[in-house]
Ligand binder design. Structure first.
Ligand code: ADP
Length: 331
């Protein structure tokens, strides 16, 4: 559309230039006529006066017309350039929107491929184990039990994946339907410390919260629980450290500023910009082995965004990784 418009404007510019050249040719002709009248010897004095008057009037008319057309030309040129600019801007915006739409489609396709892959893996394993049990009647009890246990673990992984996917989809596509209520974050954090105790003891790591006062917030219980639980679970599962600390740094401008850190192996800087992406894993093998879905930190980020906050991760000074995030107190 922009190109057709630009071509039309260019044609008008050429037309103006042609008219101006024509008018100046007429001026030259009339100057020539005047020169001829003055130098030629016309016998009829009356006719000569009339011709000179006619020549004068036409000369003035042509000059005035030329000035007017020049002024109109300048105005049109200005209009043209501003219109041309806005047409270019529209084209640019259009191109950008198109690129964004293509990026979205590409990301959705990539996500669908990832989801398919993640779902297929445990389903294929379960089918494989069940087929082995069903097709080998001579299998001993211990082997059958072993295959059944492996199938159970894969089914559990599948359950977690479906749960994580439904949480992400809910935040992504139905955030207006997520309900908020008045909660106390300190109670929620205390519950997480208690709930993760068996796991933590197993890994020889302690979960320590320094929060002692009540922290009222208007938010969604399930999502806020996911934020703290995923971060603590990750420290227990991946850090190999001895402590996980949950701290409230400050309360400012209707925001709580939290830090969750551990003193484990940390995350290499080259991975830090990507860890909140869906299905991004630093150590894919380890994540799968311990039942990670690759969606934990993505859920954390989306849940924090839903609560009007932001999150980032960095190397902790004392080693390990720290997650700094904010949560809006009133929605
Ligand atoms: P998953 O579901 O696989 O745990 P996450 O999105 O929760 O995926 O985490 C992404 C990756 O970040 C994990 O695979 C893990 O390698 C790394 N990670 C997250 N938290 C920590 C931590 N506290 N210490 C070391 N690595 C971590």
């Amino acid at each position: 559309m922009g190109t057709v418009f630009t071509t039309k404007l260019t044609r008008q510019k050429h037309l103006f230039a042609a008219i101006l050249i024509l008018l100046w040719l007429l001026v030259v002709c009339f100057m020539g006529l005047r020169f001829w009248l003055v130098t030629s010897n016309i016998e009829d004095g009356d006719l000569a006066t009339k011709l000179l008057l006619f020549d004068d009037i036409f000369f003035v008319v042509i000059v005035v017309t030329t000035i007017l057309i020049s002024i109109i030309g300048v105005i049109v040129a200005r209009l043209y350039s501003s219109l041309h600019l806005s047409v270019e801007q529209i084209d640019h915006e259009h191109e950008r929107a198109l690129r964004q739409e293509q990026d979205k489609i590409r990301m959705k396709r990539q996500l669908t491929n990832n989801i398919n892959h993640e779902l297929k893996t445990p389903i294929c394993s379960i089918i494989g184990y069940l087929e082995m049990i069903l097709n080998n009647e001579e299998l001993d009890k211990a082997t059958i039990r072993n295959f059944a246990q492996k199938s159970y673990l894969q089914a559990e992984r599948l359950r977690r994946l479906v749960l994580d996917l439904s949480t992400i989809t809910r935040i992504d596509e139905a955030s207006s339907m997520i309900e908020c209520e008045e909660l106390d974050l300190s109670t929620l954090i205390d519950n997480i410390v208690d709930d993760t105790m068996p796991q933590a003891e197993n890994q020889n790591i302690s979960v320590i919260s320094s929060i002692e006062t009540k922290l009222p917030i208007n938010g969604n219980q399930m999502l806020l629980y996911s934020v703290f639980r995923n971060l603590v679970d990750n420290s227990i599962a991946y850090s190999g450290g001895r402590q996980v600390f949950i701290e409230l740094l400050e309360t400012k401008d209707d925001m709580y500023h939290f830090k969750i850190r551990d003193n484990g192996i940390g995350i290499e800087s080259k991975h830090l910009p990507y860890i909140f992406e869906r299905f991004y894993r630093v150590d894919a093998g380890r994540s799968r082995k311990i039942g990670g879905t690759g969606l934990g930190l993505s859920i954390v980020k989306n849940a924090i965004l839903f609560h009007g906050g932001t999150i980032y991760a960095q190397k902790a000074k004392a080693g390990g990784v720290e997650f700094l995030f904010t949560l809006k107190i009133s929605q």
